[in-house]
Design a protein around this ligand. Structure first.
Ligand SMILES: N[C@@H](CCC(=O)N[C@@H](CS)C(=O)NCC(=O)O)C(=O)O
Length: 210
């Protein structure tokens, strides 16, 4: 059976898990990293030399790391023409939004986790969090405008394009209570909330915010 190495609450692991749950592929998840440790285990490093999560492993020994690559692979393998758009241009468009989301919406997630949960209390700074919010707002302005005339990022159905943004938007909405209103983004998030896979893999494991 396909394996995913990684604790179930890491934002990058969640991308792979939500994707697998959406496409209905059975998998085994191994608690790894974070409080479970194991990232420096030499056998694990053979699978993923970065010692990070997630790592996908198939029965024949094929391994893959880097969450965006894992999501693309899963959608291409198990959901071509659905989660993975069938045309080259459709796929490029979805991949564009996947990369854009991780690059632009991801840093707020890291800053918040550090300054709300992980750093010793004396080193936490609300100012740093506020700066990360201010830097991230223009990116959400872009996504909000894009969603004005479509239900999902690539059109009328969920695709792999929604995965990284969907994971990071749930954190944004829960962790930045004073953010500006983004009605199209919020409507899209509400549509994601209707999905069991999103509830199970994203909502259920998102740490609470302020
Ligand atoms: N760019 C990588 C980042 C991987 C990454 O940093 N993952 C986090 C978890 S979300 C991690 O491994 N953290 C160390 C740990 O949890 O032990 C990806 O998207 O897969």
């Amino acid at each position: 059976m396909l394996k995913i190495w990684g604790r179930n609450d890491g934002s990058n692991v969640i991308k792979a898990l939500w994707c697998l749950n959406e496409i209905g592929v059975e998998y085994e998840r191994i608690d790894w990293g974070g409080e479970f440790g194991g990232n420096d285990d030499p056998e694990y490093r053979k699978k993923n030399p970065n010692g990070r999560l997630p790592t996908l492993e198939e029965e024949d020994g094929f391994t893959l790391w880097e969450s965006g690559a894992v999501v693309r692979y899963l959608c291409g393998r198990y959901s071509m023409g659905n989660m993975c758009p069938a045309t080259l241009r459709g796929r490029a468009d979805a991949e564009k939004w996947m990369d854009w989301s991780s690059l632009n919406l991801g840093p707020f997630n890291s800053v918040f986790l550090q300054h709300f949960w992980r750093l010793p209390e004396a080193e936490r700074s609300q100012e740093v969090v506020e700066k990360a919010i201010a830097t991230t707002i223009p990116h959400f302005d872009v996504l909000d405008a894009h969603l004005a005339d479509r239900d999902f990022i690539c059109g009328d159905r969920l695709t792999m394009a929604d995965i990284p943004a969907g994971v990071l938007t749930h954190r944004w909405i829960n962790w930045s209570p004073h953010r500006p209103s983004h009605p199209n983004l919020e409507a899209w998030h509400a549509r994601l909330l209707e999905r069991k896979a999103y509830q199970d893999c994203v909502v259920a494991v998102t740490p609470p915010g302020p």
